[in-house]
Each structure stands twice: as structure tokens, then as C-alpha cells.
Design a protein around this ligand. Sequence first.
Ligand SMILES: NC(=O)c1ccc[n+]([C@@H]2O[C@H](COP(=O)([O-])OP(=O)(O)OC[C@H]3O[C@@H](n4cnc5c(N)ncnc54)[C@H](OP(=O)(O)O)[C@@H]3O)[C@@H](O)[C@H]2O)c1
Length: 281
Amino acid sequence: MKDKIVLITGGSAGIGLATAEALAEKGAEIILAARSEEKLKQAAQLIESKTGNKKIRYYVADFSYQKSIRSLAQNVKKDYQKIDVLINNAGGVFPAFKLNDDGLEMTIATNHFAYFLLTNLLLDLIKKSDYARIVNVASDSHYNGKIDFESFTKDKGYFITKAYAQSKLANVLFTAELAERLTGTQVTVNSLHPGFVKTDIGNKNTQWYAKLFWSLASRIGGISVEAGAKTSVYLASSEDVKGVSGKYFDKCMLKDPAPLAKDKALQKELWQKSEQLCPIN
Ligand SMILES: NC(=O)c1ccc[n+]([C@@H]2O[C@H](COP(=O)([O-])OP(=O)(O)OC[C@H]3O[C@@H](n4cnc5c(N)ncnc54)[C@H](OP(=O)(O)O)[C@@H]3O)[C@@H](O)[C@H]2O)c1
């Protein structure tokens, strides 16, 4: 990965930080993007001290808001001539229905629309790489997901796990449709489940009982962030998957995604709806 430039969203903590560290260890130039400057600074220092790799840079961006994503893309385009690997990883859970400034429900805005918008805005830069890869961190929660387009902008009986599963199904659908649109280019895109990973994702934004449940469950059953980063690192760097596109992976292996995720009409409908609610230009 020595001459590769890797942009990782949500690289300031959890699976994203462990992914960044592993790729820095392989010699890649790392760009972290997340919302807390303090955490980004600490993450960059930590990666540098652990790996000795000095090519670590960061940008502050809030992936819940399109304005912030557009400004990140502009800055990255100003500073870089190419991106070899984009890892869409930043994500979260939200306990109650809330619209963001763009009129989008927060879960779908952060977990799907951010992937959709950032990827499309950076696609020209990504295509400048000889063999570029896009990696979308999804989840096995997508097997429980259904897409209700109205729920993107209206409260249709919001429930935290339902909204999360929908957003992660959207990641897998988006991956398949993007792969189709990238046919004939040197860019591949795949999605993955990282495993059940001991991170703070369930401790942010949530009520005390959800925090307690997440802390206990992830401490007892969760894998380490290093283990959780393995499939992202594999898809970003392994020769095994060179040229493989539009697929879903778990434990560094191909896996059949949910039947709904393979629905071509739904893949296209999600793309069109996403373009309407989140113009690329
Ligand atoms: N943990 C699991 O068991 C698990 C299972 C399946 C899938 N996943 C997926 O894995 C990905 C990473 O999750 P994780 O468990 O590593 O979570 P995490 O520890 O909470 O880390 C998430 C990262 O994304 C950043 N982030 C979250 N919301 C953001 C926003 N609006 N704007 C900018 N940055 C934001 C966080 O920054 P802050 O630190 O500032 O919040 C952090 O750097 C997510 O897509 C998640 O859905 C996780």
C-alpha cells in the first residue's frame, strides 16, 4: 500500500481507527475524516506513534449534514490529485426520529446519504487512481432491513433498530448499483459486515438502558476493533479481491446478502430517490 492514498470516514474511533492503523502499518497515506477535531488529532498521533507512518492527515466533517460533506469533498479535491481507496465507515444509531437540516431522518442521512454523497462527489478523484477501491461498511443488520422511502423524511413509526437495519440495507443496495454504474472502469466497490465489535457505537446518542445493554452485550460477545477492521482492510488492500465488485463480505469471505439487497429494481429506485433528496451536483 506504499503509494496508496486511503480516505476513511469515522477514522477517529472504533473500527475506522483500527482500519486506519492497519493500513498505515502497510505504508498507505491515510486521510481521516470525522466530526471531532480533538479526537481526530489524538487518532492521528496514535497511528503515527504506533506505526511510525507520518503520512496521516485529517479533516473535520459531520456526515449527518450534506453541507459539511460537500465542503469536505471540496477540500480533499483541492489537496489531492487522486484517491486510491475510499472507506465509507462513519455511522451511528439514533434513538428517536429527528430530521437534519436537509430534511432527512438522521439515521438514513448519516448511514446512507453520507456514503452516497461523498462517494459521488469524489468519484472523479477516485477514477484517477490506476485501480481504485470503494469499501462500504454495512452490517448483518441489513438482513432485517426493509426500505420505506417515506420514512427518509417522515416519522412512520420510528424505531431505532428498524431505522438502523434500513440504513445498512441501503449500504448493500447502494454498493450493488454503484458497481453496475462503474462497469468498464478500474474502480471496484464492495460492502461488508465487520462482526459484532466492541465499540462505543451503542453508547452515543442513546438512552441509559440502551447504553447499559450495549456495554454488557458488546463486552461479553463483541470482538476487538482490530478483528472488526479485518474485512475492511482485506477489501481495501488484498490482491485476492482485485477486480471483484458489487459483492458483500463477512469475515473476509464472500457472503450472500439479503434477497432484498439483490433486488435490482430496488437498487435503482434507491439511487434515484437518493439523487432527488441529495443532489450530487
Ligand atoms: N460495532 C459493531 O458491532 C458494528 C456492527 C456492524 C456494523 N458496524 C458499522 O461499523 C461502522 C463503524 O462503527 P463503530 O462500531 O466503529 O462505531 P464508533 O466506535 O461509534 O465509531 C464511529 C466513527 O464514526 C464517526 N462518526 C459517527 N457519526 C458521525 C458523523 N455524523 N459525522 C462524522 N463522523 C461521525 C465517529 O466519530 P465520534 O467518535 O466523534 O462519534 C467515529 O469516528 C458503522 O458504519 C457501523 O454501522 C458496526
